[in-house]
Design a protein around this ligand. Structure first.
Ligand SMILES: Cc1ncc(C[n+]2csc(CCOP(=O)(O)OP(=O)(O)O)c2C)c(N)n1
Ligand SMILES: [Mg+2]
Length: 801
């Protein structure tokens, strides 16, 4: 490792090493970090018993290329307030650093990819050390710090400035191929965020291949056009020196223009082969310059890249720090597999060092087998630096709890037929009137705020912008007033951005020390468009409300491209999210207030049924106004408090059959509906009752909660080898063993499990084909959701008994 580096940033303004930086010491620490990262992966693959017949895996080459950049960050640049997303495949480097800083017990070093051990990729919720951003699905971890910075800007404006945090992402260069990165970079909501710095590990390799051509010009142009500051840390000290010699500028031009494939092919070569390959097509000046260099020196020279120079990396970080009006990106030219025998090999992505190669690496840095996991001696210079940095990086504890009481309902007005989407808008307006709740409410939408009924909220609370902006329109219906007091964060049309921002709003308690009540809205079909970011948000433990609206074929005239059918399954199956689909306004009011209350509590509540609720809520809503009378009647019959309990639990009995009918011992059926189709279910129930069928109607407000309660009972049985525990919710909702018809404006399978749960015949109707344009009546007819179809489904179910 070079100790005499000079700065090689092309645009670094201050190229000297600050006096208090001991580059040799940092390089010594980097060598140990590299060793530990390599050995963590090696141990997972070679020291543990493995009966699975599959390789454990891990990424030594991807780790090695970030060792310099990460050592420079943690051992010099970062403060306790900074937040960092680590490239997924460099997780061993992160854990090695945490270990040296005392943030990870040594017992974990041999647990990479083992149950309960270090996760393959950094995980906020599962790793034993403190991870700021989960990463794994490439691209998402890159954009997250940018949105976390946007959230900080919001939090600072509303709650007073926090100590400055820098939001940093360590990025694989091939991650830049993910479109979500550019959606984030180009959205106005992320403009001007000067505390963001991305460090691109520019090793010119992805998983399969050497990235074709030379892409830096394209990347630079994209970032600059989005208003970012770009730094290139390209060449190391040796090459910098060579460029200063006679023929140096020709050498530089030659290397700048060399396609990645050509350059990378040099790594596998030694001696005269490398010389020959390097000079293929080179101008005479270049030939002349390297003529007198011995082969091994030529190899060292041409592979001397700036991303492995401590001085250059620190200078780049400092330069970015001085930029006060825009985000920064550092292109650190690196070698994948730096310092390892697999350096630069095009097939090195998942290559593992052999045991002999690991032995050589160990002895190369002066360690023995006995002391191989040791941290630095506390009295040594690196040991002292570790202790000093650990003290600087120690953080204060943070809590997701918001000390406010959220009301259990807003008593939203329900005089006329009302849609759940409209009720949603009204509940938010009502909550925004409450002094204790309003300050924490924040909404966001990808250009669909008004069409998802956020206008009322926006009129009262304003749109967020870092500075006051003139409103040019004087629309009396919608006041789009932008300024630092605004509570709505508007995004361009990118559902990825929506879920990334929402995810970060729901983690503001941690990354900005301020819990928030975050709400996003999205057209329900486009939940799928942002799905990976949605999953990422809940996997990261974020707490928020998302309203998918309008949903289903009930959006009739909009046609198939806008009608969601599979989203109920997403809500039901996605861990960490509770999917909710009420039909009536008061039910929605209760459910939404309850969701905010749970988010504010900061806890993962465990329900009576054993269901764990982790704080993210997905409301699936529609624009269909429906008659609210049946709900009022149920409230009258059941009592408001008891009905509320049932609505929150996942369902209630909307209609009880006439006692006289029951006495006659007639055939009996239970109709189960969820969401917008309840009017058809009720009409069908009345028709069936007229035909002498004893008809029960259950309104399922959360199939997810009912399903989890059922599954929990089964799992307890499986895990204790005892009879399954019956779900009390299902027992209360379905006291009679009748056949069941389920009706849902969504894929029919979402509710079809109820038949199995009850052990009765079950006919499920729902939307199992793409929709099309038409009226609600037309569409319900087409998908068997009309009252007549529900009656026929009931007759079919009865015939199965
Ligand atoms: C969304 C997604 N797609 C594919 C992968 C599989 N994958 C993991 S790493 C990788 C290549 C990454 O290359 P780069 O970002 O340049 O990282 P390097 O290992 O070169 O540092 C791929 C395709 C993934 N993790 N996430
Ligand atoms: Mg790469």
């Amino acid at each position: 490792m070079a100790v005499t580096d000079t700065v090689s940033t092309e645009s670094a303004t201050d190229s000297s090493t600050p006096e208090d930086v001991d580059v040799a010491l940092l390089d010594e620490i980097a060598a140990r970090v590299l060793w530990l990262a390599v050995r963590i992966v090696d141990s997972a693959n070679h020291d543990r018993e493995n009966a699975d017949g599959i390789k454990v895996g891990g990424h030594q080459a991807s780790s090695a290329s970030l060792v310099t950049a990460m050592t420079a960050l943690w051992f010099r640049h970062l403060t306790a307030h900074d937040k960092v997303a680590v490239k997924p495949h460099a997780s061993p480097v992160f854990h090695a650093i945490q270990y040296l800083l005392g943030g990870l017990d040594s017992s974990y070093l041999t647990t990479l990819r083992a149950r309960g051990g270090l996760q393959s990729y950094p995980s906020r919720t599962k790793d034993p050390d403190e991870v700021d951003f989960s990463t794994g699905s490439v691209g998402l971890g890159v954009a997250s710090p940018l949105f976390a910075d946007a959230v900080r800007r919001y939090v600072d404006a509303h709650f007073g400035a926090r100590p400055r945090s820098r939001f940093i992402a360590l990025v694989g260069d091939a991650e830049l191929d993910e479109g979500n990165i550019w959606e984030a970079v180009f959205d106005a909501a992320t403009a001007g965020l000067s505390d963001t710095m991305w460090i691109v590990d520019f090793n010119r390799q992805s998983l399969d291949r050497v990235v074709p051509g030379v892409r830096i010009g394209q990347w630079r142009g994209l970032f600059e056009s989005a208003g970012w500051h770009v730094v290139e840390v390209k060449y190391g000290a040796r090459l910098q020196a060579a460029f200063g010699r006679r023929g140096g500028s020709a050498l530089r031009d030659w290397m700048d223009a060399m396609p990645n494939e050509h350059y990378q092919s040099l790594f596998g070569l030694g001696g005269s082969e490398l010389r020959g390959r390097f000079l293929e097509g080179a101008p005479d000046d270049v030939r002349e310059l390297v003529r007198l260099l011995p082969d091994d020196e030529l190899s060292t020279l041409v592979t001397d890249l700036g991303g492995h120079s401590m001085t250059a990396m620190l200078a780049a970080y400092d330069e970015c720090d001085r930029v006060v009006d825009r985000p920064s990106v550092v292109f650190a030219y690196t070698v994948k597999g730096w310092g390892l025998p697999i350096a630069g090999n095009p097939r090195n992505h998942s290559a593992l060092l052999t045991t002999q190669q690991v032995d050589e690496l160990r002895s190369g840095i002066g360690l023995s087998r006995e002391g191989e996991w040791d941290s630095f001696d506390a009295e040594s210079a690196p040991g002292r630096l570790c202790a000093e940095r650990a003290a600087i990086l120690r953080r204060e504890p943070r809590s997701p709890r918001l000390d406010i009481s959220v009301p259990s309902e807003t008593r939203v007005r329900v005089a006329k037929p009302l849609s759940t989407q409209e009720a949603f808008g009204r509940v938010l307006v009502e909550l925004s009137r409450l002094e204790r709740v309003a300050p924490y409410l924040v909404t966001t939408a990808p250009d669909v705020a008004t069409s998802t009924n956020l206008a009322g909220f926006i009129n009262r609370m304003g749109v967020f912008a870092p500075d006051v902006r003139r409103a040019w329109s004087e629309d009396p219906v919608l006041r789009w007033a932008e300024g630092p007091r605004g509570h709505h964060l508007e995004l361009g049309i990118s559902e990825m951005n929506l879920f990334l921002l929402l995810g970060q709003l729901g983690l503001a308690w941690d990354l900005s020390a301020q819990p928030l009540l975050a709400v996003g809205t999205v057209y329900d079909p486009f939940v799928c468009r942002g799905l990976d970011a949605f999953i990422y948000a809940v996997y990261s433990g974020s707490r928020f409300v998302i309203a998918g609206t309008p949903a289903g074929v009930t959006l009739a005239p909009e046609g198939g491209a806008h009608q969601s059918t599979i989203t109920p399954s997403i809500g039901l199956e996605l861990p960490g999210v509770t999917a909710i689909e009420p039909a009536y306004a008061t039910a929605l009011d209760w459910l939404l207030c309850d969701a905010f209350g749970r988010i504010a509590s900061g806890e993962s509540t465990v329900e009576e049924s054993g269901v764990v609720d982790t704080g993210a809520y997905y409301f699936r809503l529609t624009t269909r106004p429906i008659e609210q009378g049946p709900f009022a009647a149920a409230a009258e019959r059941i009592g408001a408090a008891e009905l509320r309990r049932q609505v929150l639990r996942g369902g209630y009995r909307l209609v009880e059959p006439e006692p006289t009918a029951v006495a006659e011992g007639a055939p009996a059926i239970t109709l189960v509906g969820t969401g917008a189709v309840l009017p058809e279910v009720l009409t069908a129930a009345a028709e069936l009752a007229d035909e002498g069928v004893v008809t029960h109607v259950v309104d399922v407000t959360s199939a997810d909660r009912l399903y989890r309660a059922w599954q929990h009972g089964l799992r307890v049985g499986i895990r204790t080898a005892s009879p399954p525990r019956r779900s009390t919710a299902l027992a209360e909702l379905f006291p009679h063993r009748t056949p069941v018809v389920t009706v849902h404006d969504g894929a029919s399978h979402t509710l079809s499990w109820i038949g199995s749960a009850l052990g009765v015949p079950c006919v499920s109707v729902g939307v199992d084909e793409f929709g099309q344009t038409g009226s609600i009546g037309d569409l319900y007819e087409l998908h068997d959701l009309s009252a007549g179809s529900v009656v026929n489904a009931a007759l079919a179910a009865l015939s199965l008994t």
